[in-house]
Design a protein around this ligand. Structure first.
Ligand SMILES: [Zn+2]
Length: 455
């Protein structure tokens, strides 16, 4: 009894603290809403350049984003985009690569469904070397046989680590294959093992010839630079590269006509029965390309569902006490249609079944109760704080712009998002959650231990 009285007192106390925090945050909101200083220019050959100025240290983050990714892999050639990223990173003009390392530059690359990105962090005075290095990468590809073979080994190893021996990776690959047609996005970025094995140098060369063009690329630069200097370097090294006629890539991820599909993937060993995971995928019944506001409202709503203090998480944690992890994700503008995924990891198959039953019950409660005003306010404050962190970090800021721009957002839309988040209402969020979760899931994927006896 004592316990319950003191806990009530403490909850009243924490409520007052929350009110106080809300006032402080309301003052803070004004401070973090300042606009970024973003300048955009386009070269005559179509190459777009976005410059974000931040002069806190004499360094520059340079990133080049090609509007092509695993969605451009040809049928039965999955993994080509990712393989090309490896080759272009490892083999291109070694002398410049070594020079960059000598001057202390950091460089890396990644591939996603939408893009292949190469990036460097370099001191302000050495930025010209990066322009030369990336211009060479755009026009040429060196495919030495030794490096081609060693990279194939590295990629198969990466696949084994990130997909075959990683439940999260295995789940993601299976979900993609499960919800989309094989030829319209049902492939992971890394590709199927048997298809990676058949990739030959000609496949990489053809992909490079087709998509590595100035009119199919975007440079995002952030940090301490002089804008005139950047313009001169862009013209000097990139403007002479001719544009190419790039065809519009096929839209990734078109839903097949079939309704709900269920797939179980066997994973791990029969002895290891301590791991199970389930993923529910729901269609989003509107297009984020046509309705930015709805897409932002759904994003905010999904952020709210993931808050540890929100009732969905509370019930998952306190009532069933068996799901080790449960999270919602909204994936917009990656596939032709947006999706919302709900993923549960549990410590055993029985626990996963309990969690699934709980989700069926929770889904109804979610539709009934919805997100409260205070929960929405908390999410908005979190959004603003995370934006302030982003603005303070040249890498995060560039990635924010690069990912959204290659995901199909316009610069104007990206700059609208911040103000839009502030004006989203609970009604908009709850209406959208109702639209998504009143439907049956489009797909359910389950991970079960290998040799699992279904009886
Ligand atoms: Zn890789």
């Amino acid at each position: 009894m004592n316990y319950s009285r003191s806990s009530r007192l403490s909850s009243r106390f924490s409520l007052n603290i929350r009110r106080l925090a809300a006032v402080v945050f309301a003052l803070f909101i004004f401070d973090v809403q300042a606009k970024y200083n973003v300048v955009r220019f386009t070269l005559k050959n179509g190459l777009q350049v976005i410059c974000i100025e931040k002069k806190s240290a004499p360094i520059i983050f340079f990133s080049i984003w090609y509007y092509c990714g695993s969605k451009n892999d040809a049928i039965s050639k999955s993994g080509v985009a990712h393989y090309l990223e490896h080759m272009a990173f490892s083999s291109n003009k070694m002398e410049f690569s070594e020079l960059l390392e000598d001057i202390g530059a950091l460089k890396n690359a990644f591939t996603s469904i939408n893009t292949i990105c190469f990036h460097e962090v370099v001191s302000k005075k050495n930025i010209e070397i990066v322009f030369i290095y990336e211009a060479i990468r755009m026009i040429s590809l060196n495919i030495g046989n030794d490096i081609f073979q060693s990279e194939k080994g590295a990629i198969l190893e990466e696949r084994s680590m990130c997909v075959d021996n990683n439940p999260g990776g295995a789940m993601q690959e299976s979900t993609l294959a499960n919800i989309f047609n094989r030829d319209t996005g049902g492939i992971g970025v890394i590709g199927w093992k048997h298809e990676i094995e058949t990739i030959i140098p000609k496949d990489l060369q053809e992909f490079h010839d087709k998509w590595f063009a100035p009119n199919n690329a975007l440079i995002v630069i952030s940090g301490d630079f002089e804008l005139d200097h950047i313009k001169k370097l862009a013209e000097k090294y990139f403007e002479k590269i001719p544009s190419k006629r790039t065809e519009k890539p096929k839209e990734a991820g078109v839903f097949p006509e079939t309704a709900v599909c269920l797939k179980e993937i066997e994973y791990g060993s029969p002895k290891n029965r301590s791991l199970a995971a389930v993923e529910y995928v729901y269609r989003v019944p509107f297009s984020s390309r046509e309705n930015l506001r709805k897409s932002i409202a759904l994003d905010v709503a999904i952020m709210a569902l993931n808050q540890p203090a929100f009732f969905v998480k509370k019930i998952l944690k306190d009532v069933i006490n068996c799901a080790t992890h449960a999270a919602f994700g909204y994936i917009d503008r990656v596939f032709a249609q947006d999706i919302v995924a709900f993923e549960i990891s549990a410590s055993s198959i029985d626990a996963a079944h309990d969690s699934e039953n709980m989700w069926r019950y929770l889904r109804k409660r979610l539709l009934h109760i919805g997100i409260s005003q205070s929960e929405l306010d908390a999410v908005k404050r979190q959004y603003l704080v995370s934006l302030a962190y982003k603005k303070d970090d040249i890498v995060k800021m560039s990635n924010h712009f690069g990912l959204l721009l290659t995901g199909g957002y316009s610069l104007e839309e990206i700059q609208e998002i911040d103000d839009m988040v502030q004006s989203i209402t609970t009604k908009e969020c709850n209406d959208l959650l109702r639209d998504v979760f009143t439907q049956e899931p489009h797909a359910i994927s389950r991970i079960v231990p290998k040799g699992y006896d279904r009886e």
